[in-house]
Design a protein around this ligand. Structure first.
Ligand code: SF4
Length: 136
């Protein structure tokens, strides 16, 4: 079962664009976490699932529980939470991928900055998410 779309997703082009950017950054970080990491998915923790659930609640979105023994939103093909509802998970990548620069780090920082700017444009009504203070 897929998550219901957010009730405020369609009418606001800024929000739709932000959702797309979150999807893009999640696509960028996922292969690092699930493909290249010696402990794939090790950074997932139940408390981050809690954060995703709380954020989804802010949007009136119900998340479908999965059968994973500890991560209730981890399905057989990966996390089922739309990236904009799990901002911390979507943008997370371990520091070794970023410390020495290179094409991945450059593209990551550029995209992350776009996410921050889009969130800031949505203004104070935007639920707390990937606020810039996470990173600075
Ligand atoms: S990526 Fe999904 S399964 Fe992993 S901690 Fe975040 S919400 Fe939970």
């Amino acid at each position: 079962m897929k998550a219901k779309p957010a009730p405020c997703a369609a009418p606001d082009p800024g929000l739709r664009r932000l959702e797309q950017k979150y999807e893009a950054i999640a696509e960028m970080t996922r292969p690092k976490c699930l493909g290249e990491c010696p402990e794939p998915g090790a950074c997932c923790q139940p408390r981050y699932c809690d954060l995703a659930e709380a954020r989804a609640r802010q949007f009136g979105v119900g998340l479908p529980p999965q059968a994973h023994p500890t991560l209730r939103f981890m399905g057989p093909a990966g996390c089922v939470v739309p990236p904009y509802l799990r901002p911390l998970c979507a943008v997370h990548v371990c520091e070794p991928h970023l410390l020495h620069g290179g094409p991945f780090a450059e593209a990551y920082f550029e995209l992350r900055e776009e996410v921050c700017e889009l969130e800031e444009k949505l203004g104070p009504g935007w639920p707390e998410g990937l606020a810039r203070h996470y990173w600075e």
